[in-house]
Ligand binder design. Structure first.
Ligand code: NAD
Length: 359
């Protein structure tokens, strides 16, 4: 198979972690007999410095015609002036919007060897393997907003809005994923209070009833979900929810494995290329020190193989190589416990490359 990947290293530790993920993808392609070509483009702060905009036209058009996009991170103190007209994160938001990336996938699966790194007790998180589908281009973040009046009468509003079509496509995507996993789908809403959630619930139930009746399906209110995610995370398989609820719940969920440096995410549209990235930012405090954990970006590469290139065996091979390296006790600084030795970004990348096999 031949594929072309656009690489957007970005700022801070972005280039460091993307280099390692690219090395892992290249070795995987070599082992399984595929051909992957890469082209790198600027985004974020480095693009502002060079072109005066966070998402240059050339970067966007390259992304449109790629099979998939691998991103590091954007931003940093250099571009943090609140008065600035152009900001690094605008590049990322515009890219998601232009490519119609309406589904954000975030897997949360604490690694057995790192259970002690979690702020939760081992017995709560053991066996957790959740895949979140957060709707990314609708809901309250994209509804009409405004401020009127003054003084005590100053009033602000944000409109939460979803169409049946927007709910249908994300629920369908999540249900398909559940079918290929453990067959359970949880839809999260606030239907006891919000009209939008009542629409969400009706549409989700219809899609599941008509097209996915083989799935175990449940509906959970978002406030209850915030508790269940901590008290019984291992009971969930695929969770689908709207933009704001997903924003909050996925950040809550990201604490379960204990380190930001381990968590990948994918943003998908239909059709079009997917965008794969670690959930962490550009970590300017450790940039250029060979101290960043590249595993989140390497695991984003595994998601890219699975979701954009349809290469399940290859994705599993990458995930197994990461698991093997962690099982062997190798830790970057963010994962090492007090007194434990740690290794750098490049060494961690090399170990994963060496652990890859096509078996
Ligand atoms: P951050 O995720 O960059 O860093 C938070 C903390 O986690 C820091 O102490 C950092 O050193 C550590 N950390 C993050 N990733 C790590 C890794 N791979 N290995 C080891 N340690 C890691 O969040 P922040 O400090 O709030 O933001 C820094 C910059 O990143 C800001 O400019 C912010 O706007 C930007 N940001 C970008 C994205 C993105 O590109 N998607 C996401 C979040 C933040």
């Amino acid at each position: 198979m031949k594929s072309s990947i656009v690489v957007l290293p970005g700022d801070g530790i972005g280039p460091e972690v993307v280099t390692e993920a690219q090395a892992v993808l290249s070795r995987t392609a070599e082992l399984f007999g595929h051909e992957i070509s890469y082209e790198s483009f600027p985004i974020g702060g480095c693009a502002i410095d060079e072109f005066g905009e966070a998402l240059p036209g050339e970067t966007l058009s390259a992304c449109r015609s790629a099979d998939a996009i691998l991103l590091g991170a954007v931003g940093g103190p250099r571009w943090d002036d609140p008065q600035a007209k152009v900001r690094p994160e605008q590049g990322l938001l515009k890219l998601r919007k232009e490519l119609g990336l309406f589904a954000n996938l975030r897997p949360i699966k604490p690694h057995p060897a790192l259970l002690e790194s979690s702020p939760l007790k081992r017995e709560y998180i053991e066996g957790t393997d959740v895949l979140f589908f957060r709707e990314l281009t609708g809901g309250i973040y994209f509804g009409e907003s405004g401020v009127t009046g003054a003084g005590a009468d100053e009033t602000a509003h944000n409109v939460m809005i979803y169409s049946a079509g927007e709910v249908e496509r994300i629920v369908r995507m999540a249900a398909e994923a559940a079918r290929n996993r453990r067959g359970k789908l949880t839809s999260v809403d606030k239907a006891n209070v919000l009209e939008v959630s009542r629409l969400w619930r009706r549409v989700a139930e219809r899609v599941v009833r008509e097209e996915f009746s083989d799935l175990e399906y449940e509906v959970v209110l978002v406030d209850a979900m915030a508790m269940h995610l901590i008290s019984r995370p291992s009971t969930f398989d695929v969770v689908v929810t709207g933009n704001m609820f997903g924003d909050i719940l996925t950040d809550e969920g990201s604490m379960l494995p204990g380190s930001l440096g381990l968590l990948p995410s994918a943003s998908l549209g239909d059709p079009g290329p997917g965008l794969y990235e670690p959930i962490h930012g550009s970590a300017p405090d450790i940039a250029g020190q060979d101290a960043a954990n590249p595993l989140a970006t390497i695991l984003a590469g595994a998601m890219l193989l699975r979701h954009s290139l349809g290469l399940e065996r290859e994705a599993t091979a990458v995930e197994q190589a990461v698991a093997e390296v962690l099982d062997a006790g190798h830790r970057t600084r963010d994962l090492a416990r007090q007194g434990e030795d740690s290794i750098g970004t490049r060494e961690m990348g090399r170990l994963v490359v060496d652990a890859l096999t096509a078996d």
